[in-house]
Design a protein around this ligand. Structure first.
Ligand SMILES: [Zn+2]
Length: 374
């Protein structure tokens, strides 16, 4: 199949793109309905992974994109999210009920001086999204464009019609404990620094991330965001303790780029089918790249159907490429350079008893290959 071949109406699809620095996911729920989770741009070209893909396969974003999810306020998941939501004219926006400082202070229309020290790229995307949310709410009565996700909350549902199965998207996280922790952080910061002299406390937003359980007919999809395994009362521990879901997922967006900090045996034992398709976008933004060789080995032991959108390692640029890039300036700094160009793994499934069919584009590879290249 070509990249530009759209899924059939009765086919499910999970596509994952990355890294810009992070990842973006598009899910076809059948019947032409799509949702997206997070957003990423090509670092070399600045292009938008999901918007470009939707254009290539002929998705009418205004009509067909139903839900835009921003799982958490980290810049490796949010680049271009505002632009995506503005294009999705009929979509609701889903964020975490446990707000990090950036989301909270945008909501409160906090003075710029208070906002000093916050991550400006994250703040900018939220400003854009919440402006658009407000506009939609004003212009269309009866339309509530914003949902704040918390454990077990149904975010979107579709009833079955001939040729189109019923579908439901439920938030698995954050837990109510996580929401309380987030509020306590913000309250403590606000009381300690009423005039914004003190930096706002910023707990790791991964703790508050929105993981999703997607049901279409008898099929289940688990999208793990960057949700951590804990701490107590939070993360995957809380999902397993608090949220009851039916069935098991045959496909899994592995949380937090395959990191051990998000691994929970219970998820693999209780929420996933045996040998599920596991999808990962690497994280190469920090000192420690994810997934690590140990992460790759662990996940390969759990499934033989794992895929990563690109090598977790920064691939050394050849000297000749580097020189050509330099001579072209910023215009074409991606000449034959796999770094900065997001890869794409696409999984599709037709009939209920058919296996997921996986395709790889650009620098994407299967996990066994990624492990061997270590
Ligand atoms: Zn991340």
């Amino acid at each position: 199949l070509l990249l530009s071949d759209p899924p059939k109406s009765d086919e499910l699809e999970v596509s994952i793109f990355g890294p810009g620095k992070g990842e973006a996911i598009a899910v076809h729920l059948g019947g032409g309905d799509w949702i997206t989770v997070d957003s990423c741009r090509s670092q070399s070209k600045g292009t938008h992974s999901i918007l470009d893909y939707f254009e290539a396969i002929g998705v009418n974003i205004e009509q067909q994109l139903k839900v835009v999810v921003g799982t958490h306020a980290h810049d490796d998941h949010i680049a271009g999210l505002g632009q995506l939501y503005e294009s999705a004219k009929n979509a609701i926006f889903v964020c975490s009920a446990a707000a990090a400082s950036e989301e909270f202070l945008v909501t409160a229309e906090a003075d710029k001086s208070v906002a000093a020290g916050l991550r400006s790229s994250v703040r900018r995307e939220y400003l854009r999204i919440l402006d658009e949310v407000e506009r939609r709410g004003r212009e269309r009565s009866g339309f509530a464009p914003l949902k704040r996700a918390v454990e077990s909350l149904p975010l979107w549902t579709r009833s079955s019609t001939p040729g189109r199965a019923a579908a439901e998207i439920v938030a698995l996280s954050p837990s109510h404990v996580a929401v309380t922790r987030a509020q306590r952080d913000l309250a403590t910061s606000a009381l300690a620094a009423p005039n914004g002299t003190k930096r706002f406390a910023n707990r790791d937003p991964n703790e508050f991330a929105v993981a999703l359980w997607v049901s279409v007919g008898s099929q289940r999809i688990l999208l793990g965001a960057d949700l951590l395994s804990g701490p107590a009362g939070c993360g995957w521990q809380a999902v397993l303790a608090n949220v009851s879901v039916s069935g098991k997922a045959g496909i899994f967006k592995v949380p937090h780029h395959g990191s051990i900090t998000s691994h929970h045996d219970g998820v693999w034992a209780e929420m996933l089918e045996v040998n599920p398709v596991a999808l990962i976008a690497p994280f190469r933004g920090g000192r420690k790249h994810l997934p690590s060789p140990a992460d790759l080995a662990r996940i390969c032991a759990l499934t033989n159907s794992g895929y990563v959108t690109a090598s977790p390692e920064r691939i050394a640029q050849r000297e000749s490429t580097r020189r050509i890039s330099a001579s072209l300036g910023g215009v074409a700094s991606n000449v034959r350079d796999p770094w900065g160009t997001p890869g794409h793994v696409r999984a599709r499934k037709g009939k209920d008893d058919a296996p997921w069919h996986v395709e790889m584009f650009g620098p994407a590879m299967d996990l066994a290959t990624a492990l061997k290249s270590k």
